[in-house]
Design a protein around this ligand. Structure first.
Ligand SMILES: [Zn+2]
Length: 128
């Protein structure tokens, strides 16, 4: 039997949710995902709060039954116009952003500061 680590990430969308609630739900999802993949948890999960396009909770769990290479990556889909990714795509391709992307980017930048503050608060809660 081989061992490896399994990662799972959740976006934190409700700023009023407590860390206990968030991790409780995540543990439920994690158990289901490991079950579906035929993996067995063989150690303590590490929980991390990151801020990538908003606060996210990541679990890093030692598992047996697989190697890291066996864990499939989720497919990458192109984000639609009106998103930060699409705005960045316009820039990368040297085209002027469309109206949807211009407005989407404005909203994204406005929300960024708010998400950063939330992530900082949650990170401090995890650390304490
Ligand atoms: Zn666009």
């Amino acid at each position: 039997m081989t061992t490896g680590t399994y990662r799972m990430t959740w976006p934190i969308t409700d700023p009023r949710a407590t860390l206990d609630t968030i991790i409780g739900q995540a543990q439920h999802d994690l158990a289901e995902a490991l079950d579906a993949e035929g993996l067995v948890r063989c150690g303590i999960a590490e929980w991390r709060i990151t801020n990538q396009r908003g606060p996210r909770l990541t679990a890093i769990v030692p598992v047996s039954g697989i190697t890291d290479d066996d864990v499939p990556l989720p497919p990458r889909e192109l984000q639609p116009h009106g998103t930060h990714a699409a705005f960045a795509r316009h820039k990368a391709q040297g085209t002027a952003p469309c109206l949807a992307c211009t407005e989407g980017e404005r909203a994204y930048q406005r929300a960024r500061k708010r998400r950063g503050r939330l992530a900082t608060a949650l990170r401090q809660e995890v650390a304490s």
